[in-house]
Design a protein around this ligand. Structure first.
Ligand SMILES: C[S@@+](CC[C@H](N)C(=O)[O-])C[C@H]1O[C@@H](n2cnc3c(N)ncnc32)[C@H](O)[C@@H]1O
Length: 238
C-alpha cells in the first residue's frame, strides 16, 4: 500500500530551533527549505477536505485533494444528496453499488448506511485504506478490471477525471462491464460540456440538481441519469 503523506505542520520547527542537538547524519533542512515546506503544508491544509456532514455534528474525513489527479471533492450537500439517491435506488438486500472515481460518495454512503455494499474503483492508492471495498482502476485500461466485478452492480455512479470524449468513452467501457444489462441505475457526474456525449455514448440525460464542490471550479457540473428520478434530483431534463 502506498503510504499517505501525513505531514503534521506542528512537527515542523522553524529555523530558530535548528540549533537543537542533532543526531549525526540526520538530514537537516535549510531555513529556506523549511519555509517552502511550511508554505506547502499550509496550502495542503487549506485544500484538505474534512467535510462536515449536513445533518449532525459528525464529520466525513477525506484525504486532501491532489489536483494532479484532477481531484475535486463534492461539497457536503452534494455528497449527501447523491448518497441519498443511491440509497433510495438500493431497494433490495443484494443491491450492490459501484463508485467509479468518486471517493467522497463512497465515504458518505458508508457513513449514512454502514451496511450498504459499495465498491470504490479509484486510481489513487491512498484509498486502499478501504480494504476490500477498494479496487485499483485506471480509466485507460477498463479491460483490466477484475472478472468478479462483471455485471454485478445494481447502481453505478461515475465521475470521470477528465472532460474529454476519449475519457468518457473509456469510462463507458468500464460502466458496461459493471452494470447488469437493462437492470442497473446509472448516475454520471461530469461537466455540462459532456451533455451531448453522455446522451450519445451512454443514453443519459441531465437532472436539475447541480453538483457543487469544496473548491470553486470553472466548469459547470451536471448530474446525468439513465432513469427518470421523478421529483428527486430536481427532475429529469429529457
Ligand atoms: C473529478 S474527480 C471526482 C471526485 C468526486 N468529485 C468526489 O468528490 O469523490 C476525478 C477522480 O478521478 C480519479 N482519477 C485520476 N486519474 C485517474 C485515472 N487515470 N483513472 C481513473 N481515475 C482517475 C481521481 O483520483 C479523482 O478521484
Amino acid at each position: 500500500m502506498e503510504e499517505q503523506l501525513e505531514l503534521n505542520p506542528n512537527s515542523v520547527n522553524g529555523p530558530s530551533e535548528s540549533t537543537a542537538p542533532l543526531v549525526d547524519d540526520e538530514p537537516v533542512l535549510s531555513s529556506h527549505a523549511l519555509a517552502a515546506l511550511k508554505e506547502f503544508l499550509a496550502e495542503q491544509q487549506s485544500h484538505s477536505a474534512t467535510v462536515s456532514d449536513a445533518g449532525d455534528s459528525e464529520e466525513v474525513a477525506l484525504v486532501s485533494e491532489d489536483w494532479r489527479l484532477s481531484q475535486f471533492w463534492y461539497s457536503s450537500e452534494t455528497a449527501t444528496t447523491v448518497a441519498e439517491e443511491v440509497l433510495t435506488l438500493c431497494d433490495s438486500v443484494d443491491s450492490r453499488v459501484a463508485c467509479i472515481a468518486c471517493p467522497t460518495l463512497y465515504a458518505y454512503l458508508k457513513k449514512m448506511d454502514p451496511n450498504v455494499s459499495v465498491q470504490l474503483l479509484e486510481y489513487d492508492k491512498r484509498f486502499e485504506q478501504y480494504g476490500s471495498d477498494y479496487t485499483f482502476y485506471d480509466y485507460n485500461h477498463p479491460e483490466e478490471l477484475p472478472l468478479e466485478l462483471k455485471h454485478s452492480y445494481k447502481v453505478v455512479v461515475a465521475d470521470p477525471p477528465y472532460l474529454s470524449e476519449e475519457c468518457l468513452k473509456k469510462v463507458a467501457e468500464a460502466i458496461s462491464f459493471l452494470i447488469k444489462p437493462r437492470e442497473s441505475f446509472l448516475l454520471l457526474l461530469t461537466g455540462e460540456v459532456q451533455k451531448e456525449r453522455a446522451a450519445e455514448i451512454l443514453g443519459l440525460h441531465p437532472c436539475g440538481f447541480r453538483p457543487q464542490h469544496t473548491s470553486k471550479l470553472g466548469n459547470e457540473f451536471r448530474l446525468f441519469s439513465n432513469y427518470d428520478p421523478g421529483m428527486r434530483l430536481g427532475g429529469w431534463e429529457k
